[in-house]
Write a protein that binds this ligand. Structure first.
Ligand SMILES: Nc1ncnc2c1ncn2[C@@H]1O[C@H](COP(=O)(O)OP(=O)(O)OP(=O)(O)O)[C@@H](O)[C@H]1O
Length: 276
């Protein structure tokens, strides 16, 4: 794998001038085992408010496992997760969502038979607080919430430039647009941390350029903190403020793209030669 960003045919504006805030998530000494397999070995790193944080590493390094720990899907056997100054115990996925953590998936997880609009609306379900009876009658708080939800979803549709497909069933969309709808659904939850699992996987160059631009715009304009896994090194180095590098479940590097690119352990893990 090439660590040289120039190798990627991307044309995205580098994240110059963005200011990261205080630590929003702190992962301390995380170990995760599946039976005899140790997927994550005693890894610590943090995520700062407002930054784009990448997790990279060769196949089987433990990246997806780490994203699943952050999203609350896996509970590590050892270690602590601190979110917004509070230690997080084991949680159900909906509880994690209520904390303000949303994600997209490597394999798109949308409802093919439903329209783009309805798919994005499902991202708001966790925000419905009105009692069931008033939702059924569409009255009072339920009515107000529905109007607010719709307004927020329309804002996201405009922002991601998918107005023209809002009524189209998702199953009919090309791959790149499906990924954009998935991003829209995650954004509909107004997350404080957005987790992106290989957002560019399977995309052509043009689709990757669009997705890069939208990720940067989401980060800039909504101030959303983003943690992502991505195999395309050009994208990672262009987009990220800081990068964690994993190999065989261990952390072998952590820093800015330039620091990581110059790290000998990272270079040898990728068996790559850093080109000037
Ligand atoms: N549910 C599971 N049950 C058993 N072993 C698992 C499970 N999930 C992951 N592993 C193992 O944990 C290790 C790390 O896997 P993980 O999928 O997190 O790596 P990755 O870096 O995301 O890989 P890739 O880039 O290929 O997706 C691997 O050895 C994998 O086989």
């Amino acid at each position: 794998m090439d660590l040289n960003p120039a190798a990627a045919a991307q044309d995205v504006t580098p994240p110059v001038g963005r200011q990261s805030g205080p630590v929003i998530m702190d992962l301390k000494n995380i170990t995760l085992r599946f039976g005899g397999v140790v997927a994550i070995k005693d890894i610590s790193f943090d995520i700062r408010e407002g930054e784009i944080r990448a997790i990279i590493g060769p196949n089987g390094a433990g990246k997806s496992s780490m994203l699943n720990v952050i999203s609350g899907f896996y509970v590590p056997q050892q270690g602590e997760i601190w979110f917004d100054g509070h230690k997080r115990g084991p949680m159900k996925p909906y509880q994690v969502a209520r904390l303000g953590i949303a994600r997209t998936f490597q394999n798109i997880a949308l409802f093919d038979g439903m329209s783009v609009l309805d798919n994005i609306m499902t991202g708001r379900l966790n925000m419905m607080t009105a009692p069931l009876w008033s939702q059924a009658l569409w009255w009072g708080r339920a009515e107000r919430e529905e109007v607010e939800n719709r307004e927020e979803v329309e804002r996201i549709i405009d922002f991601l430039e998918i107005q023209n497909i809002r009524k189209t069933p998702v199953g009919r969309l090309p791959y790149g647009l499906k990924k954009r709808v998935e991003l829209a659904r995650a954004l509909a939850a107004q997350p404080r941390i957005l987790l992106l699992d290989e957002p560019m996987a399977g995309m052509n160059v043009e689709e990757k350029e669009d997705m890069c631009r939208f990720i940067l715009d989401v980060n800039d304009e909504f101030g959303t903190t983003i943690a992502l896994i991505e195999h395309d090194m050009g994208v990672v180095m262009d987009l990220s403020d800081r990068v964690v590098v994993m190999d065989y479940g261990r952390k072998i590097g952590d820093g800015t793209p330039d620091e990581v690119r110059a790290n000998p352990d990272v270079i040898s893990a990728y068996l790559g030669v850093v080109q000037e």
